[in-house]
Design a binder for this molecule. Structure first.
Ligand code: FAD
Ligand code: SF4
Length: 485
């Protein structure tokens, strides 16, 4: 057989998903990447080196998906088998295939990356699942014996769904509660439709319901249902509640009309796309014909900028305090935003919100910065340049500065421990990795590790389900050990 070097030289160029041209895609909210056609999927499957024991992509994927194996099945034309394999390690492969930052996960580790481009693993994962669904395939729940235990899951985001998926397959009744009218958490009410078609979660809701998972939507724990009710009725509870505290810039007049937070802005826009009625907690912001400035440089900022473009703003500008190379989000999204007409101001720091006579925002005073000494995180802290202030006109100023944990006072009476940031503490001592300070309460996803990724939340939810199964099987022994500790 030819050696690795010969096999590397032999490979054709990467053929990723086709992207709709910017002029066209910025006029609508449909997904910008098209699914792979069969010939492109075939081409990519032939490019894979099937690195055998050294499949780095598999290790770089937080779910440890069996990537070379499912690519081989595509190569052999066995799509349904490939879909089965994808579902052994993942709850939502078609979603991860679309939204994972593959360049720093699986594809970032592909042996071909520095040769003629990584295999388009995300596109293939999407291709496999979408094609299998089109063929009428549905994930098999397998031969399981129904059990008597019931688990309540708070939050229908990727963490909660990952947990419910594993529990349902183990024969446990999983009841999922969410305050939103659709499942998905930030997949539905966060990530905009041009990155993720909202019909996908509606299809998944049907599939999960057919697996026996019960959804209680429009139902907020702590408001519509008491947490104590769940504690009394269920054998275990999983908290997959995300992080919804919104970070402020610390400037005067952040409550001025025209200054809005990123997430409510995105949710209101998505609710319109989904033809849902307006939610007073996330009011509609009309940006048509206005100058929009977004503060922040992460993925949420890119989503706001590209939503404002589609909502026909007159100008859309991103103001970020560091340089382009230091932007924390996916490089792909920055390229997409620029192609769609977003202007970028790098190395600028907000100083003052400017207002008109009626008190409405009409600009943001910015100061230019240069990189200073490295901070505790190793990143060089931006230093303001004296005398470099200027005002950027802004009729709408969107704060996309990140998230912190939100308060959940209903946890207090059960003494569920939080860390200094307000994130839920899990593991340690006799506890299982996802078990909180309350024996039958488990937690995972953004609520535990802070705002991160869809795939890492799913990993945590699936792990919590396994821990819940362990707890249910070893309850008496663990209880004794904890009491003695
Ligand atoms: P969430 O998805 O936040 O789900 C938590 C759920 O709990 C929500 O539905 C909420 O309504 C519900 N809930 C909370 N409290 C209660 C309560 N008391 N009662 C009932 N329900 C409750 N990640 C990527 O990998 N790729 C991306 O492209 C990407 N883009 C993003 C874009 C935006 C704008 C944002 C904000 C995030 C993005 N992320 C992305 C991050 C990713 O979406 C999150 O890390 C992930 O969704 C976290 O999953 P989770 O299940 O922990 O929480
Ligand atoms: Fe890559 Fe994400 Fe799929 Fe893992 S889940 S193979 S990281 S796209």
């Amino acid at each position: 057989a030819p050696g690795l070097a010969a096999r590397l030289l032999d490979k054709p160029e990467r053929q990723g998903a086709i992207k709709i041209a910017a002029a066209q895609r910025k006029t609508h909210f449909q997904e910008i990447y098209q699914g792979l056609e069969a010939d492109r999927a075939g081409n990519e499957s032939r490019r894979c080196l099937y690195c055998a024991q050294k499949a780095w992509c598999n290790w770089a994927c937080p779910l440890h998906n069996a990537i070379p194996d499912f690519i081989r099945l595509v190569n052999q034309g066995h799509i349904l088998e490939a879909a089965e394999l994808c579902h052994q390690t993942s709850t939502l492969p078609e979603i991860c295939g679309r939204v994972c930052p593959q360049d720093r996960l699986c594809e970032g580790a592909c042996t071909l990356k520095s040769r003629n481009g990584a295999v388009t693993i995300g596109n293939l994962e999407r291709y496999i699942t979408d094609t299998a669904f089109e063929m009428g395939w549905r994930p098999a729940i397998g031969a399981m014996t129904p059990r008597t235990e019931k688990v309540a899951i708070i939050g229908a985001g990727p963490a909660g769904l990952g947990c419910a998926d594993i529990l349902a397959r183990a024969g446990i009744q999983a009841d999922v509660f969410d305050r939103h009218p659709e499942i998905g958490g930030l997949l539905t009410f966060g990530i905009p439709p041009f990155k993720l078609d909202k019909q996908l979660m509606a299809r998944r809701r049907d599939i999960f319901s057919a697996m026996g998972i019960r959804f209680h939507l429009n139902c907020e724990i702590g408001r519509d249902v008491h947490f104590s009710e769940l504690m009394a009725k269920y054998d275990a509870i999983f908290l997959g509640t995300g992080t919804y505290g919104l970070l402020q810039a610390g400037l005067a007049h952040e409550d001025a009309p025209g200054v809005v937070q990123a997430l409510p802005f995105l949710i209101a826009s998505t609710r319109r796309v989904m033809e849902l009625e307006e939610d007073p907690r996330n009011p509609w912001v009309n940006v048509k014909g206005k100058n929009v400035v977004v503060l922040g440089g992460g993925d949420t900022a890119m989503d706001c900028l590209r939503t404002a473009i589609r909502r026909e703003a007159a100008s859309v500008t991103c103001a970020y305090r560091r340089d382009e190379a230091s932007m924390p989000g996916s490089k792909k999204e920055v390229i997409n935003a620029r192609e769609e007409g977003v202007e970028f101001l790098f190395n600028v720091q907000p100083q003052q919100i400017q207002r008109d006579r009626k008190g409405r925002v009409n600009g943001i005073k910015l100061i230019r910065t240069v990189p200073g000494e490295p901070g505790p995180d190793g990143r060089r802290k931006p230093q303001p340049v004296k005398g470099s202030e200027f005002v950027q006109p802004a009729d709408v100023l969107i704060m996309a500065l990140g998230f912190r944990p939100h308060a959940m006072p209903w946890l207090d009476q059960y003494d569920i421990k939080l860390d200094n940031w307000g994130l839920i503490k899990t593991g340690g001592g006799e506890r299982l990795a996802t078990q909180t300070s309350q024996r039958k309460v488990f937690a995972g996803g953004d609520a535990v590790h802070g705002a991160d990724l869809v795939v890492t939340a799913m990993v945590a939810g699936r792990q919590a389900a396994r821990d819940i199964l362990t707890m249910l099987e070893h309850q008496p022994a663990q209880l004794k050990a904890m009491q003695e500790a």
